[in-house]
Design a protein around this ligand. Sequence first.
Ligand SMILES: [Zn+2]
Length: 510
Amino acid sequence: MAAAATDWSAKYAELVNAERLRTHLAVLASDEYEGRETGMKGQHMAAAYIAEQFKNAGLTGPMPTPADPYQQHFNVEQVTWAEGNTLKVGKTSYKWLVDFYGLSDSPFAEETTIMPVFAGYGIEQPGYSDYTGLDVTGKDVLIALGEPTAADGKALLSADGSPTKWGNDYRAKAQMAAQKGARTVFFVSFDPNANFAKQAARLGPYISRPTTVMVTEKPSRTPSFFVAPAVALQLLGTNATAMKAHLAKINQTKQPVASKFKVLPMQIKAVRKRVPLETENVLGFIEGSDKKEDVIVVSAHHDHLGIQNGVVFNGADDDGSGTSAIVTMAEAFAQAKKDGHGPRRSLLFLSVTGEEKGLFGSEYYAKNPVFPMASTMVDLNVDMIGRTDAEHEGKPDYVYVIGSDKLASELKVINEAQNKQYTQLDLDYRFDDPADPNRFYYRSDHYNFAVNKVPVAFFFNGVHADYHKESDEISKIEFPKMEKRARLVFHLAWELANREGRVVVDSNKP
Ligand SMILES: [Zn+2]
């Protein structure tokens, strides 16, 4: 009688264990790694650690740079407002973060004299347009926040009196102004209950904090400034009483009213500083055998939120857990290959940067793929697998699986079969509902594969009280649960790498 065939998948899954996961996570989620903020020392240290693990395990680096084949370097930009921004109308000087502030970009690197065009509420919809007869091309526009309202506060431009997008969100107005060709928008609130100084003080720390952005040719948002009512009234050569009367007339007629305000020149300097920051994805490759042209990507992001107000955000679950999991899986697959049980398809373990800033690392990889997207069969993304959310407290071990049948129905079926055979987790699909407000399908790195028509499965434990808090620490990680989840991804990757047929795109679910 022949011996039963050994289940190598089961044997090598033993290497994906709590102890090994803890070893990696203890390093990545330690204070020494400073919360791994994109482009900062701790993130570079994390990338170097992961590259080292890939190398030690025997994976190859697929980058064409012999000195550093494991890291895909690219630049992001750190953007901050400079000190000493100024705004003057006539002889009056106004103060940055007291009388005015900016969001997004600024074209005013040098002191510039401008004559803003007053565009009322800056609204355009059927039956109401502040832009009729107004050419704002290349100009700076002054817009009042809010929208026409009745005496009882009900919005006049909606059928049922509820606020419209114009009243709710300045960005709708900024977008409309940009569509009309405006260069910048200056927003002002004439609401007597608004307290500009208080708002500026509250937003000050956020506005002053550096933001990290992808390097793009043009800014994605219209430069928008906010000014105190005193600034706008002086600029328009008017006073609060006259402005109140003007707005009351709009409310009465439910139509824009041409203003007789005579705009004065204004001098503004608001400098946006852009400093390039280098960051990197880490890639570990295991070449397949007879089907090596097909590539299976297993991804996680190693970046997190860094240090805020002197406190290190260690991001043990987010996404130290996923990062530790893919490094451990890479080690298991590499050992299997050394022992003569390597995968038929190729595997790329992709540890991306910049996720917390806006999925930058996966976006960069998707635009600069090392293996063609057409050859990339799936992306299995692991982002937060070490904890339990409130929904599953005291319930059987589970994992959310997101997106697994959106592009390839078979992927979900294969994952279910692997789970049934090996891990018996409760697979929770609730976030596949396109109506779910969390929109997790769009919120981690797999999405940059899905937009390129690469089927994805996203493994996730859901959010919890320590999500994006300094308390996301390794002491709270549930390693037995994390081990099970990592093993499910391992078994799925193993099956996908070794099965006869390629997973094909056969659907396009929302
Ligand atoms: Zn995350």
